[in-house]
Design a protein around this ligand. Structure first.
Ligand SMILES: Nc1ncnc2c1ncn2[C@@H]1O[C@H](COP(=O)(O)OP(=O)(O)OP(=O)(O)O)[C@@H](O)[C@H]1O
Length: 239
């Protein structure tokens, strides 16, 4: 049963009458990486939290491929992932416990995942002692083990150095290749050009554009998107 196409129709989130999401219309297919761009406060994080059920919309329709909402098939990773005060191995297998996976199988799956994300030699270390980049890789491995159909990433590389960013991007691509649909926010426009299949441009709680990555950066349809690209992209993107 697929969560896709995922359709949002006139989705509003208006806490205390303030229009944070202001009539979002959006259709997402089940493949590829969709990057959500937009200025600070545009509502990008709120949109992701709405998609995974953390924020109930004030009004509007969210249709997950005609299926009822099923949070078990949706994963989310935040800019600062939560780490239990326990080992890297226990942290990476956390999502398997509620699924009834026994301890031995959890360990085997966890160790295999740590190999994939380059943390096998840290399995017995305290997860909270990992660097920011390592913690983000661990958070991605943890959610990857639960085989989500939809993975939401909220600025996962915002506070990382370039080599840690590259490691995270490699894992994100592998998760996509493994079949998950990825929706991700970033302020790093270079990253958007490296990872995205399509771009959703959000401003003042509205989807202003939804275009291919090439289309968005070479021929932005709105003045707002043009200004956004010019203001935050200090280099020429050559497609
Ligand atoms: N749970 C919430 N309840 C009420 N208001 C919220 C909630 N979460 C966020 N907001 C408000 O919604 C607005 C949009 O916030 P959001 O975090 O989605 O912006 P953003 O586009 O992700 O910005 P940034 O790029 O700075 O992270 C902000 O004014 C924020 O204070």
């Amino acid at each position: 049963m697929s969560l896709f196409p995922l359709r949002l129709q006139q989705v509003h989130f208006s806490p205390n009458g303030r229009h944070v999401l202001d009539g979002v219309d959006l259709t997402l297919t089940g493949d590829g990486i969709t990057i959500v761009l937009g200025p600070n406060g545009a509502g990008k994080s709120v949109l992701l939290r709405t998609l995974c059920g953390l924020i109930p919309p004030s009004s509007g329709v969210l249709d997950y491929g005609g299926q009822p909402f099923d949070g078990a098939r949706i994963g989310m990773v935040f800019q600062h992932p939560m780490m239990l005060r326990s080992s890297v191995l226990e942290n990476v297998t956390l999502g398997l416990r509620p699924r009834g996976v026994g301890r031995r199988e959890r360990e085997a799956c966890g160790l295999a995942m740590l190999e994939r994300i380059g943390l096998a030699d840290r399995a017995r270390d305290n997860a909270r002692r990992l660097s920011g980049g390592e913690q983000q890789r661990l958070a991605l491995g943890r959610v990857w083990l639960t085989r989500p159909q939809l993975l939401l990433l909220d600025e996962p590389t915002a506070s990382l150095d370039p080599s840690a960013v590259e490691a995270v991007e490699t894992i994100v691509r592998e998760i996509r290749t493994d079949g998950a649909k990825i929706v991700m926010t970033t302020h790093n426009l270079g990253q958007a050009t490296r990872l995205a299949d399509d771009i959703v441009f959000l401003a003042e709680g509205k989807v202003r554009e939804h275009a291919s990555v090439r289309g968005f950066f070479t021929q932005p349809a709105s003045e707002e998107a043009k200004r956004f690209i010019e203001g935050e992209l200090p280099w020429h993107v050559a497609f």
